[in-house]
Design a protein around this ligand. Sequence first.
Ligand SMILES: Cc1cc2nc3c(=O)[nH]c(=O)nc-3n(C[C@H](O)[C@H](O)[C@H](O)COP(=O)(O)OP(=O)(O)OC[C@H]3O[C@@H](n4cnc5c(N)ncnc54)[C@H](O)[C@@H]3O)c2cc1C
Length: 461
Amino acid sequence: MPDRLGQHAIVVGGSIAGLMAARVLTDFFDQVTVFDRDPIEAGSAVHKSVPQGNHLHALMLGGQQVLSSLYPGFTDRLQVLGAIRFRFGKEAAFFFPGGKSYTPTGSVREPRDLGIDGYSQSRGLLEYCVRQCTVELTNLRFEGGTAVQGLTYEHGQVRGVRLNREGGAESVAADLVVDAGGRGSRAPRWLTEMGFRAPEESSIGCDFAYTSAKFRTPANYDGPEKVMLFGGPPPKYTSGAGIGQIENDTWMVSLAGRFGVYPPSDEDGFFAFAKSLPTRRFYDLIKDAERISDIFHHRFPTSVQRHYERLTAFPERFVVLGDAISSFNPVYGQGMSSAALQVRALQYLLRERATAPKADALAGLGAAYFPKAAEVIASPWILAASSDFAYPQTTGERPPNMEDGARYFGALDSIVAEDPAVHRLLVEVFQLARPLWDLTAEPLRSRVIARQEELVAKKTA
Ligand SMILES: Cc1cc2nc3c(=O)[nH]c(=O)nc-3n(C[C@H](O)[C@H](O)[C@H](O)COP(=O)(O)OP(=O)(O)OC[C@H]3O[C@@H](n4cnc5c(N)ncnc54)[C@H](O)[C@@H]3O)c2cc1C
């Protein structure tokens, strides 16, 4: 058991990132308090500040692994609550105009058991499971319906939070405050109120929208796939859809579109959009299915990254994580896993400090943490940006050397088609279980470059 780092830590926001962060903090602080402004129902439900919970929410392998390390037996609990286990490579598939495949490029046509389990469930169920696992910790208190209004600050240090309770304004002291307030985090404003600079932002104008509803899984559905994605390669196709088998014999169905091709939220429009997709398979699957929820629409104009790691001055005893640092185009399903990896980075740092204690073990925590968080965010950010900028309408800063990257990836993809081990590696990288750089590490790199040369020679022959 590591040494304690303080008496009390506070987490602002009790959604996915806040709950995981709180779990980590219970190892290092006598008491941890989580405040969420939403009154949170007991049970699996979407709460007001997380409207994205009404849409497809895939838990990537990277997030699954962190959750399993934080909460032993996590995936078993998830399954007991109704989550559906599926196998990558054979029970999750892409349906494009060229037919069914097991990679988004269509390079693998036959099912292949990659030996990796995924879990499919609604966002509400996932968050409920994480919350259950977290609130049962004896040194943790979860208070819903309580918005944090601001931070208390003295002599360069955050000292706690300010709340507005029914009885009036109140301050609660803490040795560390973690902001996991999501994309709308007030941390930039709180920093300027304390006399610091707000972080610079990078953004990618992906101009994306989802329209979603739940359907009863059709009784006559007997396909092997539990997760299905439909669409076509960019930049020609700007619309697509997804179906995830979730708890209670339900399909979570999301339509997706970009650049003005937004899926409508009325029933007739929903089905008309479904019919217009690059592949007919999706419409055929849902046309006679029973809709069992309202239809929800969500626009997502920009991915945003806040560069806390570039700040040269930052208050002591305060860190920010999750969507509050980086919020990604949802179509790639990265947000929760990126948050999980940021929490793990914080955990490692706190562990280091707890095992080599100094006079003030929390000194400079933000300065040490933000570069680590930025490192974690780099892989999903580049992966998402590379896909988004395949559309010329996308605005923002393009990643450097995109054309070289696309050529490298094309050659890698042709190796994936013939080598299941490289296919597995690709899935692990796309699922944030390994960093992007693993795709350019030796000996794979030399193999890909040789393949690139072969492909060029073939083209010019
Ligand atoms: C349409 C859509 C689909 C998505 N699909 C996926 C997917 O498939 N896979 C995936 O991994 N990710 C997906 N994401 C991203 C994912 O939802 C987020 O990355 C994830 O929810 C981030 O968690 P978070 O805890 O940082 O923030 P949030 O989930 O946004 O939670 C922030 C919490 O902070 C609370 N809060 C805010 N301010 C205060 C305050 N001042 N005081 C107290 N409480 C406060 C809010 O009430 C809220 O509960 C999707 C996003 C969208 C928009």
